[in-house]
Design a protein around this ligand. Structure first.
Ligand SMILES: Cc1cc2nc3c(=O)[nH]c(=O)nc-3n(C[C@H](O)[C@H](O)[C@H](O)COP(=O)(O)OP(=O)(O)OC[C@H]3O[C@@H](n4cnc5c(N)ncnc54)[C@H](O)[C@@H]3O)c2cc1C
Length: 490
């Protein structure tokens, strides 16, 4: 393991780098930095993964509340790893994680194009994905782990007329790691804005509540399961106002997830196993997957709410708020988890941050500006798209009138949902456009950029409207959930 260096001269070409947080962004950044010859220390509050034990059940990851909630790893995630850290993909495959191109599986072979290869996803639970990153980072000579260790604040050098400059990361128990560059990879609940506010540094942020709660449960396919297992990836719908979605996992696992607004009292009952299973069994699409002859639960119901879309601004009008600090991953921008963009963006920011440090490590202002120039536009785009999709859903389920200022954007979102998404299995070009968007293969906001495609989407939308409202799935679902309560009388 390489120790951080201390001399001032070294900091110009070889900055001392501390990474706060060893989740997706922190681990990817550590790997990328090490491969550029830049040693880094990762400070992670949770213990290291256990050897030879199931990481899903046994890795204590209190710092990542979504650890056992379902994740789908987009094609962009896979493509970035293939480009920057192909050995992580090898590790994933060796651990039983499949790379699946569902788009190519669903269309006839004669329609395949070489660019369709960009749509391959990783089917893995979060634990398996993160473990592959962690083991790869651990194998790098340039990566040191301080783990478990809680970072409690930063130290700064103050020079009049300049933003404060980071000089170190303080640790619980009194130690401090000297640093020329700190990567904030502390995730969606990063303490960084709070620490900076205490120093009088204001970090601008756009924030919008996602208004959603997840209730999910993982299962393992039984050896006798005769369902077409890959079909779990296409399982999605809405029953009695509650959304459901299937997630394929690694090693014969899959998850069922319900999602809806936090104020929905029936939905909240799903935290109980009796309610969750009753709901799953009452939805015709979902029932076969949770039938004990096909799927056996791996754990209890996992719940997570409090999701927000957040875009933080550490550089405004070309001026960094603080020197020597780069926000990477969810700490820079968090989007609604339901859209599955978080891991891909975390890798994007991490690999870009490593490149910027490699180029500008000795000049913290140039480094901050180069990083924001490289990632800021896309962070803005994913934030805007995620927030707009959330508003479209919120207006719909609350029956709220769309305010004047939001009408054009809501119209655009409707065209994406009813003109593009609804045509995925009917028109191969709409299928490609939809896959580019959900997989972030290309900019998130470019889905209707091509005028020919916009025409096709409008045509498809007319058919969608002509089809009328589909028959409700499991219309009495809420009643079933309430009646499932032990001892309930209906
Ligand atoms: C319910 C849910 C479902 C999701 N599903 C998907 C999905 O399907 N697809 C997808 O791509 N993304 C999904 N995401 C998003 C994805 O989980 C995140 O985008 C991704 O983990 C971001 O990586 P990160 O490194 O920024 O943060 P994290 O992976 O959360 O890592 C943050 C790390 O910082 C550590 N830390 C924090 N504070 C300190 C401190 N003071 N000292 C030391 N360590 C600290 C934590 O312990 C943690 O290890 C989902 C998120 C949620 C909440």
């Amino acid at each position: 393991m390489t120790q951080a260096r201390a001399t001032t001269d070294d900091t110009l070409d070889h900055p001392r780098i501390v990474i706060l947080g060893g989740g997706v962004a922190g681990l990817a950044a550590a790997i990328a930095l090490a491969r550029r010859g830049l040693p880094a220390t990762v400070v992670e509050r949770d213990p290291a993964p256990p050897d030879d034990r199931d990481p899903f059940m046994e890795w204590r990851r209190r710092g990542v509340p979504q650890f056992r909630l379902p994740h789908g790893f987009s094609a962009r995630t896979r493509n970035l790893l293939a480009e920057h850290a192909p050995d992580v993909l090898d590790r994933l495959r060796a651990g039983g994680i499949e790379v699946i191109n569902l788009f190519k599986r669903l269309i006839p072979e004669e329609l395949w194009r070489p660019s369709d290869d960009d749509f391959a996803n990783l089917w893995a639970r979060r634990a398996a994905f993160e473990l592959a990153l962690r083991r790869t980072a651990e194998a790098e000579a340039g990566v040191t782990f301080e783990c478990p260790a809680v970072a409690t604040g930063l130290s700064f050098l103050r020079t009049p007329g300049e933003p404060p400059r980071v000089t170190g990361v303080r640790l619980a128990g009194g130690g401090e790691l000297p640093a020329d560059v700190v990567l904030d990879c502390g995730g969606q609940r990063t303490p960084m804005p709070r620490w900076l506010a205490a120093e009088g540094v204001r970090v601008g942020a756009d924030v919008q509540d996602c208004q959603t709660v997840y209730f999910s449960r993982y299962y393992r396919f039984t050896p006798g399961c005769d369902l077409p297992k890959t079909a779990v990836a296409t399982l999605r719908g809405e029953a009695d106002g509650i959304s459901y979605i299937g997630f394929p996992g690694d090693n014969d696992t899959f998850a069922i997830c319900f999602e809806g607004p936090p104020a929905d009292e029936d939905l909240r009952l799903l935290r109980n196993t009796w309610a969750f299973e009753a709901a799953a069994c009452a939805i015709p699409d979902v029932a076969p997957w949770v039938d004990p002859s096909n799927g056996v639960p791996l754990d209890g119901v996992q719940i997570m709410g409090g999701h927000h879309n957040v875009r933080r601004r550490y550089v405004e009008d070309g001026e960094p708020a603080v020197l020597g600090l780069l926000p990477v991953g969810d700490s820079l921008c968090t989007t609604n988890p339901a859209y599955g963009w978080g891991a891909a963006m975390a890798l994007t920011y991490a690999f870009t941050a490593a490149a910027c440090i490699g180029r500008h490590g000795g000049d913290p202002a140039a480094m901050a500006v180069a990083y924001e120039d490289a990632v800021g536009r896309e962070a803005d785009a994913v934030y805007r798209e995620s927030a707009a999709m959330d508003r479209a859903r919120i207006y719909r389920i609350t029956g709220q009138d769309v305010p004047e200022h939001d009408r054009a954007e809501m119209e655009r979102q409707r065209l994406i949902a009813e003109g593009v998404a609804s045509g995925v299995l009917l028109d191969v070009e709409l299928g490609r456009a939809f896959n580019r968007r959900v997989n972030l293969v290309g900019p998130a906001d470019a889905v209707l950029g091509d005028s020919e495609l916009a025409v096709r989407a409008r045509e498809r939308r007319k058919d969608f409207e002509a089809d009328g409202t589909p028959t409700a799935t499991a219309p009495g679902l809420r009643k079933v959930i309430r009646a499932a309560r032990p001892g309930a009388t209906v």
